[in-house]
Design a protein around this ligand. Structure first.
Ligand SMILES: CC(C)(COP(=O)(O)OP(=O)(O)OC[C@H]1O[C@@H](n2cnc3c(N)ncnc32)[C@H](O)[C@@H]1OP(=O)(O)O)[C@@H](O)C(=O)NCCC(=O)NCCS
Length: 182
């Protein structure tokens, strides 16, 4: 879906949240390669990001055209800082259409400024307005900043996959499932 651009002020800096445009595609591939390398807490390793301009354009189009999904880009003083999104867990089944999967990732240098909270608050508003009954996410064990953020937004831990992540150095971290009901 496409929502109206939102503007905020955060500690004297201008924050713009908006939906993606086709000209964002290559920048977003570079962003994904960067953020997956900056943290152990995202879904894959940096060298596993293999999107092409065409596949990214398709991904952006799908989000903008879907009635049950949203991708929001955040810009701080005109610089891209990160993304957040939601998608239906429904797929082909009606039974899970009340469930939204949400996600967020900021470039490292834009973390710790309060931007994640601002973005998640906006995202939750859109998830609820889209008619979802609950929002769900997965956070990796020891991502304390994310866990705290989600908990204070009303998410509750509801389960874990022990050793859900195995890293190249042979260490493991659990996946923690969290859910927020509207
Ligand atoms: C997780 C992420 C979205 C949080 O956004 P952010 O802008 O950095 O976080 P904020 O500045 O809004 O701070 C969130 C809260 O965490 C708190 N916090 C910061 N560091 C913390 C820590 N080590 N332990 C616990 N809480 C912490 C902050 O004080 C703030 O809480 P408050 O508003 O109650 O004071 C962002 O850091 C990020 O994208 N990280 C990399 C990718 C990632 O981990 N994505 C999430 C995957 S589940």
């Amino acid at each position: 879906m496409i929502v109206d651009e939102e503007r905020y002020e955060l500690n004297g800096r201008e924050v713009v949240l908006r939906c993606p445009r086709p000209e964002d595609a290559d920048m977003l591939i570079e962003y994904l390669k960067l953020v997956t390398g900056e943290t152990r807490f995202l879904f894959c390793e940096s060298d596993e990001v293999e999107y092409t301009t065409e596949s990214e354009l398709e991904f952006l189009k799908e989000h903008n055209e879907a009635e049950d999904a949203l991708l929001l880009l955040a810009f701080v003083d005109g610089e891209h800082a990160g993304n957040c999104s939601f998608n239906s867990k429904g797929g082909a089944s009606r039974r899970a259409k009340h469930r939204a999967e949400v996600g967020i990732a900021l470039r490292q240098r834009f973390t710790g400024l309060g931007l994640g909270r601002l973005m998640m608050e906006s995202l939750m508003k859109h998830v609820e307005a889209a008619g979802y009954e609950q929002a769900e996410l997965v956070v990796v064990e020891s991502n304390d900043r994310a866990y705290h953020l989600y908990e204070t937004l009303g998410f509750k831990e509801c389960g874990r996959i022990p050793n859900g992540n195995k890293y190249d150095d042979g260490t493991y971290l659990d996946d923690i499932f969290m859910i927020k009901k509207f």
